[in-house]
Design a protein around this ligand. Structure first.
Ligand code: ADP
Length: 198
């Protein structure tokens, strides 16, 4: 049975977070929330590896393309006139290519966090994909400012500092992709009983 107390999720700090020296700030927010770091490493991922992390499936492409459409509509801009397409799938394909090249452009810091409903909790701490929509108090809302209306015109992905798994199933697949079982550790935090009971 799925144990929500020991749910695990994958996070990595993207090149903008590394280059802006925000590793400590970002990690600290997760640690302070009560999440346990059970594995961590710096990785310079190759594009072929990231092709597996960001799947070439229609649902993912439509999701990221749809975010472009929403952001252009919210800003009162004509997505077709500005990006050359209003098809979420075509936009999604372009964004995925930029994203893979971007994440492969510098080392990233990847880690696995464990705790009560870790997947949802971490997404909440990270905030909305699009920094201009991310709430204050979240990592993206406090520390980033980007928008697809700017990013897409510059043919680059939105810079939003971190990746975090979206669902429990995605987390399991991503953890298995990024970490070998022997790179993950079980240990107790001294404040664990206060955070999650016995
Ligand atoms: P999240 O990272 O919040 O799970 P997605 O999985 O939908 O978001 O998208 C993956 C990454 O692709 C985002 O974190 C962001 O860097 C980039 N991205 C998503 N949508 C767009 C977009 N419309 N324009 C540019 N970059 C985008």
């Amino acid at each position: 049975m799925h144990d929500v107390r020991h749910e695990r999720t994958l996070v990595f700090i993207k090149p903008d977070g590394i280059q802006r020296s925000l590793v400590g700030e970002i990690l600290g927010r997760f640690e302070r929330a009560g999440l346990r770091i059970v594995g961590m490493k710096m990785v310079w991922a190759r594009p072929e590896f990231l092709e597996r992390h960001y799947p070439n499936d229609e649902t993912f492409l439509r999701t990221i393309g749809g975010k472009t459409k929403e952001a252009f509509a919210a800003a009162g801009l004509d997505v077709n006139g500005q990006t050359g397409s209003d098809d979420p799938l075509a936009i999604g394909r372009a964004v995925r290519g930029w994203l893979i090249d971007y994440v492969a452009s510098s080392p990233v810091v990847a880690f696995v966090l464990e705790g009560i409903q870790a997947v949802g909790t971490v997404r909440k701490i990270v905030g909305d994909t699009l920094p201009f929509r991310a709430a204050p108090g979240t990592i993206r809302g406090d520390l980033s400012i980007d928008s697809p209306t700017v990013a897409n015109l510059q043919r680059r992905p939105v810079r939003n500092l971190v990746h975090a798994s979206g669902t429990v199933e995605e987390a399991a697949a991503e953890i298995a992709l990024w970490f070998r079982p022997e790179e993950l550790f079980a240990y107790r935090r001294v404040d664990e009983t206060l955070i999650q009971g016995q």
